[in-house]
Design a protein. Structure first.
Length: 218
């Protein structure tokens, strides 16, 4: 494909995904239709379907755009390849999660939360959407590298967990999932209770880091 044509093609795709993003901010993402997106772009139906022929392909592109924010995968790899002490690497990995999550709260997190809930309830859509994504999801990749670090350094004797290492890993994943869920509900949907209000993702993730290193015997 000639370069000019390729650039035009990519620009049109980005224009359509930007329109889809705007619609998803106003409506629940799982209720967005191709007709909504066509109307938002101002293009003809054929002009949109030429690039995205169904809503699952649009969802997949939105998820890919979200996971490209901040080039986090490269940051994670650089941390893992560094010569820093394991607990410093762990701190930096938690900082990546904090930075990425804060960015998502300002942009894609409402959309990702709604699509994630929708996909849990509709496994056939989950399969179709994930089958079209092309970018490595940041949070699962980060969780995998954190687990790799903890398991490797426990095996080497550097970390000395006070509970089984599997329990530490499960605790980190479950806690982080809870932070994502509760902060998203609190900040994106203004859902709060007397017990849970004005949640700060940075402070919560810092608390999770401190408790994790304590569990690792540091």
């Amino acid at each position: 494909m000639p370069k000019v044509k390729e650039e035009y093609f990519e620009a049109k795709k980005k224009e359509i995904i930007k329109a889809a993003f705007e619609v998803c901010k106003r409506k629940p993402a799982y209720d967005v239709t191709m007709s909504d997106i066509v109307a938002e772009t101002g293009l003809s139906q054929g002009g949109v379907y030429k690039y995205y022929n169904n809503i699952c392909s649009v969802y997949a592109a939105l998820i890919d755009e979200a996971n490209l924010v901040g080039n986090q995968k490269d940051k994670i790899d650089q941390i893992m390849a560094s010569e820093a002490k394991p607990e410093i690497k762990l701190k930096e990995l938690f900082s990546v999660s904090e930075e990425f999550f804060s960015d998502m709260l300002l942009s894609y997190n409402k959309i990702l939360f709604e699509l994630g809930t929708f996909c849990i309830q509709n496994p056939e859509y989950d399969k179709r959407i994930n089958g079209e994504t092309r970018v490595t999801p940041v949070f699962p990749y980060l969780a995998g590298r954190v687990a790799e670090l903890i398991v490797t350094e426990t095996a080497s004797g550097y970390f000395k967990p006070v509970v089984p290492v599997e329990d530490v890993l499960n605790y980190v994943v479950a806690s982080f999932d809870g932070i994502i869920r509760d902060v998203t509900l609190n900040k994106c949907y203004s859902i709060a209770t007397e017990e849970v209000n004005n949640l700060d993702e940075k402070r919560l993730i810092n608390c999770l880091y401190i408790s994790t290193v304590k569990l690792l015997g540091m």
